[in-house]
Design a protein around this ligand. Structure first.
Ligand SMILES: *Cc1c(COP(=O)(O)O)cnc(C)c1O
Length: 388
């Protein structure tokens, strides 16, 4: 912490008066190894949406170095970015399927589209017709979540005609389970049974259902490939007694000013007035940095182990902290306070706000300035962050 406060001070002096998202890539790699040890199958990494906001390239190259060989992105653009930075034997699944892009574009970059539309399957087969190699793809079947995935009737119709697999190579059949917060919910077991029954209509093909929480449930869910996002990033998306991953992110906000406020001073928007005199720190932290709604009312900030309340409302770039309980001079302009970290991790924040901690992760991830520890192997977003 002290180290980070030192570097933070320098940075604030250099003019970066914004909240910083610290990403611990060593912790990420350790989490991958923990999950691989737990799993009875290969563990693939879900790095969709810029790796849940933590940076596609930095996260994926770190995971590849830790042994990960299969990745899931949302769209073809992310797939191409990933192909440019990963070892050539890595498998990259594109969850949106073709979605209007030519199958040749996937073939060119060695991307495996996840198909849930019969028309897209036909396009892939057509692209491979006359080629020596069949077109690799994965099938996503809807087994009850009713959100994405080929519906059962369409799949059965396809499966009646075994010629539908000509010219394609079926790498994987997957489904998305409904209740990741309660893996033991029988609705999940019904979906698993349904997936297996449908897959029986096909030649033998690898199956995948497990997301983070199912990897902690029991080995019957692991099947051939687990698709893990949250747990890798230190997010506990369900009450999992055996959860053993460590936090990957922390967020610090710089102190821009320390003020002595008299009783009766107006504080922030809306003209609320202080009943008593207070010492306040203005922080470079607002919703434009990813600060979740209601955070300043519900959560605290920390200076070492001291919890501090916010005062008044936050704005796009600023919020105000009550530091009256700290010794005068303890906090100065340019120093940092903890917003997410050892004393209040991403799961505690999610819990306090009553939201899935992934929302906290992706909110800060998409908006706060990122700094990698150690420095990212590939420049993410062009930022040259100092190693800490
Ligand atoms: C996001 C996603 C996952 C990862 O789920 P986590 O709970 O974050 O591990 C897995 N599979 C699919 C299809 C997803 O969209």
């Amino acid at each position: 912490m002290e180290n980070r406060q030192e570097s933070m001070r320098t940075e604030a002096e250099q003019g970066t008066a914004r909240a910083v998202l610290h990403i611990d890539l060593d912790a990420l790699a350790r989490n991958y190894r923990r999950l691989s040890n737990l799993a009875r199958c290969e563990v693939s990494a879900v790095v969709k949406r810029d790796a849940y906001g933590l940076g596609l390239e930095a996260v994926s190259t770190t995971l590849a170095a830790a042994g990960c060989r299969a990745f899931w992105v949302a769209g073809v653009e992310e797939g191409e970015r990933l192909r440019a930075c990963l070892p050539s034997d890595s498998r990259i699944f594109v969850m949106d399927g073709l979605f209007g892009h030519a199958p040749e574009r996937f073939a060119q970059a060695g991307l495996v589209p996840v198909i849930d539309q019969p028309e897209e399957l036909e396009l892939c087969a057509g692209a491979a017709r006359g080629n020596a190699a069949p077109f690799p793809l994965a099938l996503n079947l809807d087994t009850g979540l009713s959100r994405a995935g080929m519906d059962e009737a369409a799949f059965r119709q396809l499966a009646q005609n075994s010629a539908f697999l000509e010219n394609v190579s079926l790498e994987l059949v997957m489904t998305m389970l409904s209740d990741f917060e309660q893996p033991a919910n029988p609705v999940n077991a019904r979906q698993l049974a349904r997936l297996k029954a449908l897959a029986d209509l096909l030649p033998v093909v690898p199956l995948s259902v497990a997301t983070s929480s199912f990897l902690y449930h029991d080995a019957g869910w692991h099947l051939d490939l687990a698709r893990v996002g949250s747990a890798l990033y230190g997010v506990r998306s369900a009450a999992l007694p055996d959860y053993n991953c460590e936090p990957v992110i922390s967020v610090e906000a710089p102190v821009l000013a320390v003020r002595e406020l008299e009783a009766g001073s107006a504080i922030g928007y809306g003209g609320r007035r202080l009943e008593r005199a207070k010492r306040a720190a203005t922080l470079g932290l607002g919703y434009a940095d990813g600060l979740p709604e209601r955070f300043t009312q519900t959560c605290q900030a920390y200076v070492a182990d001291r919890a501090l309340d916010f005062l008044g409302s936050d704005s796009m770039t600023l919020s105000t902290l009550d530091i009256s309980t700290l010794p005068p001079g303890r906090l100065r302009r340019g120093q940092a306070v903890e917003i997410v970290g050892p004393y209040q991790d991403v799961n505690a924040v999610g819990h306090a706000l009553g939201i899935n901690p992934n929302r906290v992760l992706s909110s800060f991830g998409a908006r706060a300035a990122r700094r990698y520890h150690p420095a990212a192997p590939q420049g993410d977003g062009g930022a040259e962050w100092i190693s800490g």
